[in-house]
Design a protein around this ligand. Structure first.
Ligand code: ATP
Ligand code: MG
Length: 560
């Protein structure tokens, strides 16, 4: 058995209860709670103040911050916010590039019991307006370069714009970051209840208008344990999660899981190339690396020659989440990194990893593994009845769990719609095999019904990318009089491949012979790029709308 934090999976799963995790936290003794205290300050009090917490590099600027630095700086930021009358429960948004200032602001906001709303820096004006209006944000931390995308005159509740990296303000509601930081050097922490909100994350918008998911401080229990069991973090690790803090993976897996476990994180700022990915791993001797299928597919498309130029031998654990991880990508990982990539499944709404592959149980490529201890995961029908192995149904979680969303901001009705009895219904379709592994099939709305057979787009896409010419694929069902629906595939080809009619036929045959005749795409279209969300997910609803000539719906999160 490999030596991993999870130990014997089955044994841990059966033994563990969430109350067992509480004893790891200071608040179990003091009754005083704040995730920032547990993620930062306690390490300083335990004598680890000089341990690195952030290793920042954007190609030029290069800085290291210790836990003591972050305790100090985020206290200063917190004091600044208080000075402007910002208090517990207020929403303060973050709209800026990945940087130490982003991390410091995030900690400062949560430190005073306020609610942070991280936004992806690539968002355009409409996306920003929707989210700031919906959440009633009172302040936003941003940069001069992004200012023009914040429609301030339309945001009546927004009182302050905090500017990072500017020397002077241009209007009365602007505050300079460095001035805010200089109000008081005093240590500060607001003790809150476990149920106090800390974050609003808007979902990726793959299926429609993004929802404002509200998370509370209690999520730390789950984030801490996911850090141990799924990411297998140890204090000696150097951890790099490539997700932007604008998405739940970026804050939960990217920031809180490691810091709650006392582990330093690499923060890679700026835009970067394929070379830079490997360079970052080499430079920081990254040991645990967490990314997404879209990124792995991009690296895979560029070939195996580039990674050979770098020393990647420090890597000991590689993870993926956000989209299904194709078996082909796992095989590629084994070739290039001499180890598999471990898939784990979760959603903004779940707040942390729910289902995962672990180092101590065999990977079944294409499966998202087994539920983490403390989580009851099942396949249920539309009435909430549990289904037997191999039957496709709704992937559902028994409520509650610590990182579970507490509501949809401004939309309690939408929140109620997630539940059938005690089951949280994810919106994903999956099945469970007889050994308890879960297999993702597709989003509820994406599953294709052709000649009475149900086809999950993921399976077809995964088969397609096994073909030598295919880089990425997005598969949808299109209406057909005879068959109900037929499978259509949108395909991007690998560098240098010439897309021809003959190639289409060859690809179709490939799926027919290696998967199933009914799953083979009847139509194939080559395109330059697939429509994706900013978090890197294929937007099948957009493909479908293109195909049917319908309005595509909310595009605020689409990558352009
Ligand atoms: P929206 O809810 O706005 O439509 P979204 O569901 O893409 O967008 P997220 O919360 O960022 O927003 O993503 C969660 C979804 O991502 C899951 O419901 C699932 O469909 C997909 N997903 C995440 N991880 C995995 C995985 N390991 N395997 C398969 N699918 C995954
Ligand atoms: Mg969703």
């Amino acid at each position: 058995m490999k030596n991993a934090n999870i130990g014997n999976y089955e044994e841990t799963y059966h033994r563990f209860q969430w109350t067992d995790a509480e004893k790891h936290f200071t608040w179990a003794k003091t009754d005083k709670v704040n995730i920032v205290y547990e993620a930062i300050d306690r390490h300083v009090e335990e004598g680890k103040g000089d341990h690195p917490a952030i290793l920042y590099w954007d190609g030029q600027r290069e800085e290291t911050y210790t836990f003591a630095d972050l305790k100090q700086l985020s206290s200063q930021f917190a004091n600044g916010l208080k000075n402007y009358g910002i208090q517990q429960g207020d929403r303060v948004f973050l709209f800026m590039p990945r940087s130490p200032e982003l991390m410091i602001s995030l900690l400062g906001i949560i430190r005073i019991g306020a609610i942070a709303g991280p936004l992806f820096e690539a968002f355009m004006e409409e996306a920003i307006k929707d989210r700031l209006l919906d959440s009633g944000a009172v302040a936003i931390v941003t940069t001069h370069q992004l200012l023009s995308r914040i429609p301030i005159s339309e945001l009546h509740e927004l009182k302050y714009v905090i500017l990072v990296g500017s020397e002077e303000v241009e209007s009365p509601n602007q505050v300079l970051y460095q001035d805010l930081m200089n109000h008081s050097q005093e240590y500060t922490i607001e003790w809150v209840s476990r149920e106090t909100p800390m974050l609003i994350h808007y979902t990726s918008g793959s299926t429609g208008k993004p929802k404002g998911v509200l998370q509370v401080h209690d999520a730390m229990l789950h984030q801490y344990m996911a850090g141990k069991w799924v990411y297998d973090l140890k204090e000696t690790d150097i951890y790099w999660c490539t997700a932007d803090p604008g998405w739940v993976t970026g804050t939960s897996a990217g920031i809180f899981s490691p810091w709650l476990n006392g582990v330093p994180i690499v923060v890679r700022g700026g835009r970067f190339s394929v070379d830079d990915w490997y360079k970052t791993i080499e430079k920081y001797q990254v040991t645990v690396w967490f990314s997404a299928p879209t990124a792995f597919r991009m690296l895979m498309r560029e070939g195996n020659e580039i990674p050979r130029r770098y020393d990647l031998s420090t890597l000991r654990h590689i993870l993926s989440a956000g989209e299904p991880l194709n078996a082909e990508v796992i095989r590629w990982g084994e070739e290039v990194f001499q180890q598999p990539i471990y898939d784990n499944w979760w959603m903004t709404e779940t707040g942390a990893s729910i289902c995962a592959n672990y180092k101590t149980i065999p990977i079944r490529p294409g499966s998202m593994g087994k539920p983490i201890p403390g989580i009851r995961l099942a396949i249920v029908d539309d009435k909430g009845k549990e289904l037997p192995p191999y039957e496709m149904g709704n992937l559902a979680i028994k409520k509650p769990w610590p990182a579970m969303l507490r509501t949809i901001w401004n939309n309690p009705e939408r929140y109620q719609e997630y539940f059938i009895n005690d089951w949280f219904i994810s919106g994903d379709k999956a099945y469970r095999d007889k050994d308890g592994y879960f297999w993702f099939q597709g989003r509820k709305d994406d599953v294709i019904n052709t000649s009475g057979e149900r086809v999950g787009p993921f399976e077809v896409e995964s088969k397609l990318i096994e073909h030598w010419a295919v880089a990425e694929a997005g598969v949808i069902g299109i209406p057909d009089e005879l068959r109900g629906e037929v499978v259509k595939a949108f395909i991007t080809v690998k560098n240098g491949v010439v897309p021809t009619e003959k190639l289409k036929e060859e690809i179709r045959q490939f799926v027919k012979e290696n998967l199933a005749a009914h799953a083979a795409p009847r139509q194939i279209e080559f395109i330059d790029t697939l429509p994706k969300t900013r978090s890197g997910k294929i937007m099948r609803r957009v493909l479908k709308a293109w195909e049917l000539g319908l309005p595509p719906g909310d595009l605020s999160t689409m990558e352009v």
